[in-house]
Design a binder for this molecule. Sequence first.
Ligand code: CP
Length: 332
Amino acid sequence: MIGRHRHLIGLEDLSREEILQILTLSTSMKEVLRRPLKKVPTLRGKAIVNLFFEASTRTRTSFETAAKILSADAVNWTAATSSVSKGETLLDTARNIEAMRPDVLVIRHPAGGAPGFIAARVACAVVSAGDGAHEHPSQGLLDLYTLAEHLTRVGGAPPQAPPDFDTLAGKTVTIVGDVTHSRVARSNLHGLTKLGAKVRVCGPPTMIPPGIEALGASVHYHLRPAVEGADAVMMLRIQHERIGDPLLPGTREYSKVWGLNERKVKEWLKPSCAILHPGPINRGVELSPEVADGPQSVILEQVENGVAVRMAILYLVSGGAPDQSTEGAARA
Ligand code: CP
């Protein structure tokens, strides 16, 4: 259980304490991930099914890796090679997979609300791996973990010190891009504000949803004032399927006005400002290659932390007891 929750559908549903429960356990999981022999028997006998109705590199691979490190059996299911192509519905698909007695269904779906819909209709635990423009909770959690790790280092802690999640309080994080269609932005907004960070959102007016201030964000339509003084900048992916939408700028204009290149990073960002991106990156659009691979980028740290955070999530929703989790989960 994550606090009082059997499923993980979104960070909107979690309290600050429940978010901290996952993040704190992730530190133990990261220690396991970094061992030369990265295998613990914690979830032996448990079955995890990844139900992906959309493409994925990072999320699916890291849920599978997380399950295998914890000795669970992981099965990958993709819509393209399934009976969805013969017209089987989402609910029938989930019920048939459930009949095979998995302990956890990890679901990615293009429709917002799909994981919550299934969670209400199956007996096993459900974890959202991203649903439409709703939420991507494991991405939000790995971003919080990566930010806390970065801020702990910037605060003077030794490189191997565990992240101090209190460091997020009062810090400024700027989210740049198509906020309207971004499940990553929404999960981060819920998570960051619950941990006390100040969130700025920035992008063309057509990409900022009305009423976003109600979630605790300040809105900016110019990049420079939005990123100046920020402790971290999170660049969102421009979705290829939306390029050509008359409400959005073209890629060249987007890159010029809203993208980050070396000059802007040097002149506008604090030297300690972390640059995040959930991936996949459109190189030369949101980020120049030099910035994506540069010293302020923590993008590959996000990917590594994604495995640790997903180990913690799978452990908790598979029945791990919160009070035993840290020692129990990491026991070799
Ligand atoms: N960040 C993310 O969700 O990446 P994938 O689509 O590759 O899983």
